[in-house]
Design a protein around this ligand. Sequence first.
Ligand code: ADP
Ligand code: SF4
Length: 686
Amino acid sequence: MSARDPIFDILFEPVKIGPVTARNRFYQVPHCNGMGDQLPRGMAAMRGVKAEGGWAVVSTEEVSIDHVTDFGPAIEGKLWDQGDIPYHARMVDAVHAHGSLAAIELCQQGISCANLVSREVPLAPSDQSLIVSSPLQARAMDKSDIRAVRDSHRESAILAKRAGYDIVYVYAGHDLSIAQHFLLSRYNQRSDEYGGSLENRVRLLRELIEDTKQAVGDTCAVAVRFVVDELLGPDGMNIDGEAPEIIAMLAELPDLWDVNISDWPHDSQTARFAEEGYQERYTAFVKTLTSKPVVGVGRYTSPDHMASLIAKGALDFIGAARPSIADPFLPKKIEEGRIEDIRECIGCNICVSGDMTFTPIRCTQNPTMGEEWRKGWHPERIPTRVSEDTVLIVGGGPAGLECARALGQRGYAVTLAEAGPAFGGRVRGESLLPGMASYQRVVEHRLSAFHKLPNVETYLASDLGAEEVIAFEAQHIVLATGATWRRDGKGRTHRTGLPISASAPDIFTPDDIMAEQKPGQGPVLVYDDERYIMAGLIAEKLAHDGYAVTFMTPATMVSPWTENTLEQHAIQRRLLEAGITIVTDRQLVSLDGGTHHACIYTGREAESDAESVVLVTSRISSDSLWRELQTRAGDGTAPWKSLTRIGDALAPATVAHAIYAGHRYAREFDTEAPAGAPYLRERVTV
Ligand code: ADP
Ligand code: SF4
């Protein structure tokens, strides 16, 4: 173990939170995970790994307090009655097993949930529409409703204590909590003692804190999660308005303040839109108003940054969701002086997409996330090799890099050959697009690991053909040769490609633009049928380069899949601010003597004046080497034991999928495949 730099000692001081003490200053704040109460074993194992990795506090996701706020179909937690205790206790035990504190975020979502499962009428301070898209409305709460919410919250807090939790939250953030809805004049138009003056609007939050303290405060700390700014100016909570007044009013009442900006897209901004520490200027004032410990977030992955925040008194705890997902062992690595081993979050929000699509959490950097229980994958440990077999991996993109790293960690003799002048594959070009530099961390982490793995040999500028692969005489061959963007327009809309003639405008692909090929000076049309981030990035780059750019898509908005990464609004806004013309609901018809496009509803056609078109439709696997080697295998002369394609070479997908594919190959290598599904299932017992 290398010695840790004493400047980081401050991060390992214990901190008292009311009646409990955290062993250090690393605090995993509440985060969704797409497992919750529906895949409770998976959720508990994932939280346990965070505690093992050194997070002194490990929190749940949002936990519904009763059927009047059911959150469905989102997969979160529930603590409605005694029957929910066993699954919570499982998580608490997993966290306690490593000496960490378990925190629970109790929540009544008010106008943020439609109660689609329970069919109860949603509750609000005043009659109004829901925040979620729904034709349902919420009804104004009367005094008995307020009493009922307080009673339910109190009952859940008592159950939480019984389940073993050390910290119980009162939630007033993310536009997801009834207590926050009461605080805000835009939602609260009451004329009784719960509306009007600030003191009245704060009443429910104050009562919930007091109730919780009174119910469980003897042994549990009571935390408040509070939105300090909604970035809505005077129309919302803000640091130049009521936020400091509210904190001053309640300053010493809770045992801990967990503060952030809202809503969720603002709190969890991607690296494309916000730097590490982007919340500091909003949360810095909080410690001047309270003597209680304060936790804040900001995608912190730099230990120097963390230590300086504590040293200058800006925060008491380094809060993290994403950095703890990308590297559950981040605290341990700092503690042990292994900073170079930290797997830094790249700020892509693929983790968020799990929650948004109701699937277990996944992470670009950490392929074991969400697989801790069902596959038994641990982020730091992997079974050692069971044979002397050698492996040649062709292609040094994300899939090949992670495959080599994980096989190397198992102890196998691995050779990684890359055709290009540097490792990274798709990430090399993509990380040069506007705001995408953090993606390079995917490459850096793996290259840094190779320094400690003498059994992994790497070669650049090695464009291998079939003869070279065969001559290498490895027992196992992995092709991670990636994919390229299509030039024929084939994609979701045009299943067989577009009619393209010789008189078409100049056609480019994202690969061309990333390789710095320049369209002519005339207008450029970027056509997006992929619907994730690439077309927006290409349009943004071209606009920066001085082109007149039109962004056209058959979708009803720019980059619709990025709603799952909380970026859609920010992307569309950025393109508009860059002066890019946005045309939605139109599909290309042909590139034939001009650029013909049609309305997706009426079929009415029009022509664009674009002189160049960038087609962002789909990608095609680079599989020529695979086909050649398959032919050799077919004639029975193949000298290898196995030949496998992984990542984009098998089917193009996200960087997260490629890393997962590389990791999976390494985990399953030399092991017997289980019968049936390759993971344990959590079954509903009837
Ligand atoms: P993935 O996302 O699946 O990792 P990428 O496209 O990012 O795929 O990376 C594939 C890498 O494989 C690229 O860097 C490419 O240069 C390399 N490559 C493709 N064919 C060969 C080959 N025949 N020999 C060596 N490297 C190759
Ligand atoms: Fe960070 Fe992306 Fe992993 Fe989320 S998915 S933790 S944003 S690297």
